[in-house]
Design a protein around this ligand. Structure first.
Ligand code: ADP
Ligand code: ZN
Length: 679
């Protein structure tokens, strides 16, 4: 027999190898093969009788067994094809490598029989509530005893990815929720698609959880996706309560061994409920009944960093269609594209019109003024903190000052990436948020000056201001820099120990903390300045999301938005919670300029020496073949590498047409079929 093995080599088709008679190899198995002077691991995509390669074939050396189901293989192949990368690269990046999970916590397994003194000591400590492996190892003879007890099965590893726990009572569904659950449940097994729209706090998550329970009850599996890791602890805890057992987690930052553990568990049919971020869209859950994407419009669902560029929503749709799972796209502010498709009947529209708990917050727009935290926001903070409430301050930029300019007016930029440097107070450096470079004593590249005027508002600065204004209140910051402590911060917020939370993007989404009564948006206008046709949509989503964090408990919520453009439609509509108003206006603009959903844009990214010249030439070639080409536009370099982009506009068939026009991509070119950021 011949196996076609996909290897992690750019642009290469799978290679033929001979299957030794003693090695049982099937499609979806990970195998090791000789390749030149090296040995590589790859994945078998096909086993067949006839070689496609005419010469003598080398044999497969070893097999690690199955890592992918046939459906999974087909899914990844499709994603690879759509984003113009070889299936070997796609598989290497989307399928985790087998590795052992490190045990961090243990719990009692079966009852103990004859224990040695050291074993008994460890066992008693676990019984008394010490589950942390490091603490147990410190007991006399602890390391060895722990190993023995794990081997005996007296103790077993406990894999709890998040410290966050919560106690919640089972709620009685509202009639709207009831109807949504019923509809979705009927779609399980039929591959039906739904858009579930409801303002924050309208009970969407509760609907996902009941639908998941129905899928599990029917012997199928369910997959719940959130756009950001920071939303997973709460989703994980709630899903665990609803299902009566903890779901398996899956996200990029999860240690490799635990990621593999979830993946292998799914493959073996043991994991039937999972929560995760975009990469979890590929989890090989058995007999998939339900797939949910919460806040489907979030750009974080898009893999933008490296090929294969995929959008978890697109992957989920392909999967639901292939496997007959019901697909639920949930949102308080759906993407214009998805809402448009729902209006045309491609998805069934379900709606939860109002909040189930609390009441809609009062929302007020105030001018930005001189101060970071203006007088009106400051007064509101004092009032809410005084009444025992918690405050969320939303800022969309990281760092302290987001810009620095020399007296000669030159803005300080990263020497390789050319984007403005951001001042961080923590270590007093000017940092590039693209490449991470940190400069301590920068000089002006034009005049050599070393004194800079600092401006702009980032999370650090707001944190600093909040501390200064409210010295008695516990202030914490949750952004990309403090993300490592996310779990601890969220737990402290839930316990009420943190009174003011300053946060970037991530805190504006699905967090559900009843103690938060005031949300302040520090600078709503900054969101609109992105050079992207979706800037208005992002502004609406972030503002309405942030506003939705206020007043989820019994006490009324209040939202204060600092803006100088309160009448501009994304801000005006977000302040009123008027999604449809925003949608109609935005749709008119998209139609006039022929942006999605009225056309499809594919992004061609040239990088390396003379990127712009190469893009220009490619653009001419494509134009001659009757493609509508926009650009080239020069982009900021990435890690010193020049970049330029072309956009190709067309109808649904444009990706296929491009694939035909570009049968083999030159190494300097990559293709993104669903670009989310066009800057
Ligand atoms: P969303 O996902 O739309 O933001 P959630 O499902 O998180 O909304 O619900 C908001 C809050 O209301 C949660 O604390 C949830 O437990 C609670 N909740 C949801 N549905 C009900 C209901 N039918 N009755 C009472 N409380 C509910
Ligand atoms: Zn840089």
């Amino acid at each position: 027999m011949i196996a076609r093995v996909a290897l992690p080599i750019p642009r290469a088709a799978p290679f033929d190898y001979a299957v030794p008679p003693e090695l049982p190899v099937e499609a979806g198995h990970r195998v090791r093969v000789p390749f030149g002077s090296r040995h590589l691991w790859g994945i078998v995509v096909e086993v067949q009788g006839e070689p496609t390669f005419p010469g003598p074939l080398l044999p497969i050396e070893a097999s690690a067994g199955p890592v992918l189901s046939p459906e999974g293989l087909a899914l990844v192949s499709e994603v690879a094809r759509r984003s113009f990368v070889g299936v070997g690269i796609a598989l290497a990046r989307l399928v985790p490598a087998p590795s052992g999970a490190r045990v961090r916590e243990v719990e009692p397994g079966e009852g103990p029989t004859d224990l040695t003194t050291a074993q008994a000591r460890v066992w008693e400590a676990v019984r008394a509530g010490t589950t942390d492996v490091r603490a147990l190892r410190r007991l006399p003879g602890g390391s060895q005893a722990l190993r023995e007890l794990l081997a005996l099965g007296t103790l077993r590893p406990r894999y709890l990815p998040f410290a966050y726990r919560e106690a919640r009572k089972e709620v009685a569904l509202t009639p709207h929720q009831e109807r949504s659950v019923e509809e979705i449940t009927q779609g399980i097994g039929l591959g039906r698609k739904y858009l579930l729209v409801g303002p924050p706090g309208s009970g969407k998550t509760e609907v996902y959880l009941r639908a998941a329970r129905a899928a599990l009850g029917g012997g199928q599996s369910a997959l719940l996706l959130a756009p950001e890791v920071s939303l997973l602890p709460q989703l994980w805890a709630r899903a665990g309560l609803a299902a009566g057992r903890p779901p398996a987690p899956y996200f990029g930052e999860l240690p490799g061994g635990e990621r593999w553990r979830t993946w292998a568990g799914a493959l073996a049919g043991e994991v039937r409920l999972a929560v995760g971020t975009r990469s979890a869209a590929f989890l090989p859950l058995p007999n998939l009944g339900l797939l949910v994407l919460d806040e489907e419009g979030e750009p974080a669902y898009k893999q933008e960093e490296m090929a294969p560029y995929y959008h978890a929503r697109q992957v989920a749709e392909a999967r639901a269609a292939r496997e007959g799972a019901a697909l639920v796209l949930g949102a308080s502010a759906p993407s214009v594209e998805t809402h448009f498709r729902a209006e045309r009947g491609e998805l069934a529209l379900l709606s939860l019109p109002e909040r189930v708990v609390g009441s809609p917050p009062t929302v007020e727009a105030v001018p930005r003024g001189e101060d970071v935290i203006g007088p009106r926001l400051r007064e509101a903070m004092a009032r809410h903190l005084g009444a025992g409430g918690q405050v969320l301050l939303f800022v969309h930029r990281l760092g302290f000052y987001t810009g620095a300019a020399c007296r000669c007016r030159t803005v300080l930029r990263c020497p390789t990436c050319e984007i403005p440097l951001v001042f961080h107070l923590e270590d007093r450096t000017f940092r590039c948020h693209a490449c991470g470079r940190a400069l301590r004593d920068p000089r002006c590249p034009s005049c050599g000056g070393s004194r800079f005027h600092l401006f702009g508002v980032g999370t650090e600065r707001v944190e600093h201001e909040a501390r200064r204004l409210f010295p008695g209140a516990a202030v914490a910051r949750l952004d990309a820099e403090t993300a490592r402590d996310r779990d601890r911060i969220l737990a402290a917020l839930a316990r009420g120990e943190i009174r003011v939370l300053v946060g970037a993007q991530m805190v504006g989404k699905g967090l559900d903390f009843p103690g938060i009564t005031l949300v302040g948006v520090v600078n709503a206008d900054g969101l609109l300045s992105a050079p992207d046709f979706r800037a208005a949509e992002r502004t609406y989503q972030l503002l309405s999301g942030a506003a939705g964090r206020a007043g989820r408990g019994d006490r009324p919520g209040e939202v204060v938005v600092q803006t100088d453009q309160p009448d501009f439609y994304p801000i005006r509509c977000a302040l009123r919670g008027d999604y449809l108003g925003f949608y109609r206006e935005e749709l008119r603009y998209r139609e006039a300029l022929r942006y999605p959903p009225f056309a499809r844009l594919v992004r061609l990214l040239a990088s390396g020496r003379d990127a712009e010249g190469k893009a220009e030439k490619l653009g001419r070639t494509l134009t001659a073949q009757r493609f509508e080409v926009l650009g080239p536009a020069r982009l900021f370099p990435r890690r010193g590498i020049p970049r330029a982009q072309l956009l190709v506009r067309g109808d649904e068939g444009v990706v296929e047409a491009l694939a035909a026009a570009l049968p083999s991509l030159p190494p300097w070119l990559s293709v993104d079929p669903d670009p989310v950021w066009l800057g």
